[in-house]
Ligand binder design. Structure first.
Ligand code: MLC
Ligand code: AMP
Length: 518
């Protein structure tokens, strides 16, 4: 009897080219710039790391939490966690102690891997939360993880997993409240990767410019799985630098980015038609792409940006067409639902909206996550069941579907700011502000920002008799939370505008400050 193994790593490994000595990843910047990793290196490196994880005797379903700078070894660690059958938990490198404490406390990882420079504080948090093993991994192949893995065998039989076994947990807010761990299975990730491989027409000689972080869906899953599942080479940037990315486009064919990446490349005079002659596909997502950016990109490069839409809970949901015969890439839209994904728009009463009418976007499909980590009630709230008994996930996005299926996102019902492709939850920042001495209440909003799409702004009311110092408050936030979440401006006001129900009218605050960033 043969056992069918649904391990995502097995599918990725099966797509490696026959010539294992060929380059899989070329490092374009940072300490390893110029290094080439072959497919054989990925095979051996992930085997050694998977063997290290196995040697720890971890229980099934153990989480491996990782907060390290981007490196090929960090990608190998992700692949090794899949290979060994454990659950990968990536963490933004900007998170500080309060944030890391929350994630580690909530997810209870058996293993934590952090940057060598953070070992002192991360290990203190991890060990006090019961984590058994803390390793370090630096950008320059330094740290205890690789030292330990170096002594391990370089062959490893991938763990046998079921399609609905957990592969990763990604922390995200959902529609409200504190960060929740979205549980993604091997089946969720593989089904989406296979759909995108076909939909985006991956070709045998494709070369991907990988310039996104690998702690979110976009860089870790959409970009990396795309290249790996096609046996395609990646040009690996640890950090996005528009000049360097443009310079490296000669010989490359595909790039994925959040809109800020395209805005920044457009500001470079070196972005010309000649610079992109070998490129065939530029994909944008994670945040709304302005039509000005879409148009400027076409005018400058001759390429029509392909915009798509997704979430941590669902991976990719919609995409503009890749091939002309499937239709145009329509600016301002995120394209039709991907094959296998069902998407509907529902009004406030729960009825289906007619074509072109705005409502709440709900989705279902093999890509939709299993639920939030240890939050069955919250999970139940975020799904709804239709008359046929089918479950739909409430995305928290507001939009419409045209008669020919193209989806447009017009806003969000969730109180969420997306800045440079990172999600920021106003409630979290308001919590930190409200805890500061002399603060009566606060409202955090996102307003248009030319670089980041939305910029974070705080509006704060002082307690009677208290005097607040905005610069000092911003300084205090910088010391406590990830830098991208820190408001770029903080205003002290007498009152917050409220409606008859007493709810803060953030729309009025957004209107008032909408020209702030020019
Ligand atoms: C950096 N800064 C930001 C910021 N990134 N501020 C607001 N929003 C951001 N996104 C600020 C820092 O706080 C710092 O300010 C200053 O900019 C310099 O920091 P940096 O780290 O050097 O910035 P930089 O390298 O320029 O980063 C910008 C960026 C990065 C756009 C390259 O934010 C990025 O890689 N974004 C991509 C995010 C992403 O991959 N999202 C996908 C999510 S998945 P100070 O004052 O402290 O000096 C998802 C699902 C889907 O949403 O559909 O894909
Ligand atoms: P995250 O929780 O980080 O996965 O972010 C998912 C959210 O990003 C979605 O719910 C949308 O609000 C937003 N998003 C992703 N892609 C797009 C897009 N192309 N246009 C508008 N919003 C997007």
């Amino acid at each position: 009897m043969t056992t069918c193994n649904h391990n995502l790593f097995v599918a990725l490994r099966a797509a490696f080219p026959a010539d294992l000595a060929a380059t899989a990843i070329e490092v374009a910047d940072g300490p390893g710039a110029g290094a080439h990793y072959s497919w054989a290196d990925l095979e051996r490196g992930t085997a050694m790391l998977a063997n290290l994880l196995h040697s720890l005797g971890l229980p099934a379903g153990s989480r491996v939490a990782v907060q390290t700078e981007k490196s090929v070894e960090a990608l190998m660690l992700y692949l090794a966690v899949l290979r060994a059958g454990y659950v990968f938990l990536p963490l933004n490198t900007a998170y500080q102690a309060a944030e890391i404490g929350y994630f580690i406390g909530n997810a209870e990882p058996a293993v934590v891997v952090c940057a060598p420079k953070n070992f002192a504080w991360v290990s203190r948090i991890a060990f006090s939360a019961g984590t058994g093993h803390v390793f370090t991994l630096g950008e320059a192949r330094d740290g205890t993880l690789l030292e330990r893995a170096a002594a391990m065998p370089d062959q490893h039989a991938p763990a046998v997993v079921q399609a609905d076994d957990l592969a990763a947990i990604l922390y995200t807010s959902g529609t409200t409240g504190r960060s929740k761990g979205a549980m993604l299975s091997h089946g969720n990730l593989l089904s989406n990767a296979l759909t995108l491989k076909d939909h985006w027409g991956w070709q045998p000689d494709d070369v991907l410019i990988h310039a996104l972080p690998i702690f979110h869906v976009h860089g870790l899953f959409v970009a990396s799985h795309g290249a790996l599942l096609n046996g395609s080479k990646m040009v690996w940037f640890g950090k996005f630098d528009p000049k360097a990315a443009i310079a490296r486009m000669a010989g490359a064919t595909v790039m994925m980015g959040v809109p800020t990446l395209y805005v920044r490349m457009l500001a470079e005079p070196t972005l010309t038609r000649e610079a992109v002659t070998t490129m065939r596909l530029f994909i944008s997502g994670s945040a709304p792409l302005l039509v000005e950016t879409f148009d400027s990109w076409t005018a400058r490069t001759g390429h029509v940006l392909l915009e798509r839409y997704g979430m941590s809970e669902t991976v990719m949901l919609t995409s503009n067409p890749c091939r002309p015969q499937h239709g145009p890439r329509r600016r301002g839209t995120v394209g039709p639902a991907l094959p296998g994904v069902q998407l509907r728009v529902i009004d406030d009463t729960g009825a289906a909206c007619p074509a072109d009418s705005i409502g709440h976007i709900q989705v279902r499909g093999p890509n939709v996550f299993a639920g939030y980590w240890r939050l069955p009630e919250k999970t139940a709230e975020e799904f709804t069941t239709d008359a046929q008994g089918q479950k739909w996930f409430k995305t928290g996005d507001v939009g419409k579907v045209e008669a020919d299926g193209y989806v447009t996102i017009v806003g969000r019902s969730k109180d969420l700011i997306i800045s440079g492709g990172y999600n920021i939850y106003p409630a979290e920042i308001e919590g930190f502000l409200n805890d500061m001495p002399g603060v009566a209440e606060s409202a955090v909003i996102g307003v248009p920002h030319p670089d980041f799409g939305e910029g974070v702004v705080a509006v704060v009311v002082a307690q009677p008799g208290a005097t607040l110092a905005p610069a000092a408050m911003i300084g205090q936030l910088k010391a406590s939370i990830a830098n991208f979440k820190v408001p770029k401006h903080l205003f002290v006001v007498d009152d917050l505008p409220r409606n008859a129900m007493g709810k803060v009218q953030k729309n009025l605050l957004r209107d008032q400050h909408q020209g702030l960033f020019g």
